[in-house]
Design a protein around this ligand. Structure first.
Ligand code: AMP
Length: 313
C-alpha cells in the first residue's frame, strides 16, 4: 500500500538547553516521509523554495519516496525557529516564515491518485482540505495539526476534522482546541465530530488511543536516557503509525481492527522515540526494521503485567 502525505517541508533552527542547529531539514512532511518510507512507498505533496538544499531530495530519492508532487518554486523555503525549555516537552516558537507556502496550492499528480492511505500532516487547514477534495480514493485519512492553526483557523480546522477518520493531537492541543480542562471530555467532544479514533500524543509519556465505540488503549513510551531534539517526534509518530498500517493486509479495504490500530500506535511511539536521539531526521537516516523490532520487544516487556490478580491473594 502507498501513503500520500501533504505537509510542510522546512528549514528549522533549533535551540535546546544543550545545543543548537541552524537551517536543518525540518517540516512535518519531511519527518513523516522519512519515517513512513521505512515501511512503504510514500507519495509526497509539498513545496520548497529555490534555496532548498538539493542533498535532501537526493536522500529521499534513495528511499521509496515519490517526489513528483513536490513543487520547487522561486522564493524562500518555509522556515521555523524554536527554543526548548529544560523540560523538553515544552518549547517556544521563535518564528514561522511560511515563505512559498503562503501561495501554495497542492496538486495531486495522477500517479498518486490511488494512494491507499492519506496523511494530512501539519499545514494550513485550507490546504489540507484542498488535498481531501482531490484524494477521494484513500481508504483511511489521518490528520495532524498544531497550536498556530488551532488558534488562527479554528473553523477551517473543524471542517477538516469532520472529514477524516483519525485525529492525532497532543494533550495540550486538545485543551486548546476544545477549551475543556478534562482531557477525556475534550476527546469525547472531538469524537462527536465524527472521528473514528483520537490519538493523544503525550510527548515522552507515550500516547493514548480513544475509539468512537468507547475502547481505550494506553501505549507505553520507550524511556530514553538522553533526548537530543524532540522536534518532529509527532510527525515521526505519524510515520510509524501509518507506516505500520500500510503493511497490514486485511486493512486494504480501510477496515482496521482495534488491534491493528493499537499496534500502529506502538509503532508510532517507537519511531517517535528514535527521532529524538538526534537533530532533524539524523537518526531516521540509519534506522532499520531490526532496530524497530528490538524496541517493540522492549516495550512489550516493560508494559506487560499479570492479568490474574485477585483481591486477597
Ligand atoms: P513537531 O515537533 O512534531 O510538532 O513538528 C515540528 C515540525 O513542524 C518542524 O520541523 C517545523 O518545521 C514544522 N512546523 C512548525 N510550525 C509549523 C506550522 N505552523 N505549519 C506547518 N509545519 C510547521
Amino acid at each position: 500500500m502507498s501513503i500520500l502525505v501533504v505537509g510542510s517541508v522546512a528549514l528549522d533552527s533549533i535551540e535546546t538547553p544543550f545545543a543548537r542547529v541552524e537551517e536543518t531539514l525540518g517540516g512535518a512532511a519531511s519527518y513523516f516521509t522519512t519515517a513512513a518510507s521505512l515501511y512503504s512507498q510514500v507519495n509526497l505533496v509539498a513545496i520548497v523554495g529555490s534555496d532548498f538544499p538539493r542533498e535532501h531530495l537526493d536522500f529521499w530519492r534513495k528511499r521509496p519516496v515519490n517526489l513528483t508532487g513536490l513543487q520547487i518554486c522561486e522564493g524562500p523555503t518555509f522556515r521555523w525557529g524554536t527554543r526548548y525549555h529544560m523540560d523538553m516537552n515544552a518549547r517556544d516558537t521563535l518564528y514561522t516564515h511560511l515563505g512559498v507556502y503562503a501561495d501554495f496550492h497542492p496538486i495531486i499528480p495522477d500517479e498518486y491518485r490511488n494512494s491507499d492511505l492519506l496523511f494530512l500532516a501539519n499545514i494550513q487547514p485550507e490546504l489540507q482540505m484542498e488535498v481531501l477534495e482531490q484524494a477521494h480514493t484513500a481508504r483511511l485519512t489521518v490528520l495532524d495539526t498544531m497550536e498556530l492553526w488551532i488558534m488562527t483557523t479554528h473553523a477551517q480546522l473543524t471542517e477538516v476534522i469532520k472529514r477524516v477518520d483519525i485525529l492525532l493531537m497532543s494533550e495540550e492541543e486538545i485543551r486548546q482546541y476544545t477549551n475543556r480542562a478534562s482531557l477525556v471530555s475534550g476527546v469525547h467532544h472531538l469524537l462527536d465530530l465524527g472521528l473514528k479514533y483520537v490519538v493523544v500524543k503525550q510527548g515522552c509519556y507515550g500516547a493514548l488511543l480513544f475509539s468512537a465505540d468507547g475502547t481505550f488503549f494506553s501505549a507505553p513510551t520507550y524511556p530514553l536516557e538522553e533526548v537530543i531534539d524532540p522536534t518532529g517526534a509527532g510527525d515521526a509518530f505519524a510515520g510509524g503509525f501509518l507506516g505500520y498500517l500500510s503493511t497490514v493486509e486485511n486493512g486494504s479495504n480501510g477496515q482496521y481492527s482495534f488491534e491493528d490500530i493499537r499496534r500502529g500506535v506502538v509503532h508510532g511511539n517507537i519511531i517517535g522515540s528514535f527521532v529524538c536521539e538526534d537533530f532533524s531526521i539524523g537518526r531516521l537516516r540509519t534506522l532499520t526494521m531490526d532496530n524497530v523490532a528490538n524496541r517493540y520487544r522492549a516495550l512489550v516487556e516493560c508494559s506487560h503485567f499479570d492479568p490474574n490478580w485477585h483481591f486477597g491473594r
